[in-house]
Design a protein around this ligand. Sequence first.
Ligand code: HEM
Length: 407
Amino acid sequence: MNHCPMHTLLDFERFRHGTPRELINRLREEHRILWETDDYSGGHWLLFHQDDIDHVLKTPELFTNNYSPILDDFPAEILAEQQQSMTFMDPPGHRKYRSLVDYAFRLKQLEARKPLMHRIARETVDRVIDRGECEFVNEIAMQMPMRVMFALLGVRDQDFGYVVDLVNTLALADDPEFAENRALGFQASMELIEFGTRLAADHRRNPRDSMTMDVINTAIDGRALGDREFGRFFNNLVVGGLETTRNTLALGLHQLILHPEQYRLLEQDPGLVAGAVEEFLRHQNTVVYLRRTATRDMEYLGQQIRKGDKLVCVLGAPNRDPALFPDPDAFDITRPVNNTRKNYRTFGQGPHYCVGVHQARLNLEVMLEEIVRRMTDFRLLAAPRHARSIFMEGYKEMRVGFARRAA
Ligand code: HEM
């Protein structure tokens, strides 16, 4: 039975309390590929197995990114703009654009950024430590990705709030607390591009040391990069890097609250921080799915796929596959790091594999290390509140209490 008349998975009701992971496990056991209806253009194919997901994400000539990684059909004029940005491109054009930004996230560059990151971690904890309680999502989890990214891109302090609001409106366009309707979400992405365009112009007038400066001084095919082209990079980077990292840390800390014995392990051995971060990423992947679009009619996995069909790779499915991870539903920070990294699909796969992967890991590791060093006995002061989304799992609020750790 491969055709289903009703919503099976990607339905807001099913995601009301977060990603329905038991349902995903069941669907992975029962199906290679499954058709379900949706509210955007009739329906899409769901994929659950690591091999199939890898094939789709690594074969852009059959499964293009030109129509966005999310299910929504974009209004034509916004789609036309987005198709000129890296995340909507296919190789070979995609590779040229990506090479302008990926240098900034290589391990060598990260090494130089570490002192800044340790300072951000210290200041973040300083701000809450005497209070014994805080709203973890915004006061802690958002701080590292936001401040690192904005320092890197040369965003001025007074603009932080404006940019973060736009990212929230865009990423959480289905949550009425962030956007009255999804058109406002599309609009927010255009405003981010415009902000990035102004940021590039500001750098040309007031040159300063930043990634923005480097990128606007490079050329593609012998042609200097325009301000608007930079604006599109800006949009890709802030949308890719902020909510994802914030959500992963908040979801991960929640797991540690549910499993205090694992927090104790971290306190006894800070060497486990890297493993804990990988387990956050595997067990609590924040990006629910990636969509690609068929470029031609084809037979695939025994189904007739038509040109224009949407294929949806469910990233949490391989992450909890017992063929890849023993006891996959257990949250266990002592799993071997290399096996986890090799087998989860939290950062995607293929040409669009997360360009910020090393930055993301380091953000999470430095922040978690500081938390564990100085804070203990975390407890929930209220149930965490899920953002309304079928694309991005995360909390919009998590109030926690904690104690200062004895020096
Ligand atoms: C836990 C944190 C993160 C997660 C879970 C995550 C996840 C992902 C995923 C699944 C993709 C693939 C998108 C696709 O194939 O269509 C991706 C791409 C991307 N990510 Fe991340 N990401 C994270 C952090 C970051 C950070 C910190 C940055 C920036 C410094 C970043 C920038 C990007 C960009 C620009 C792309 C698009 C790459 C391309 O189109 O070639 N991400 N990310």
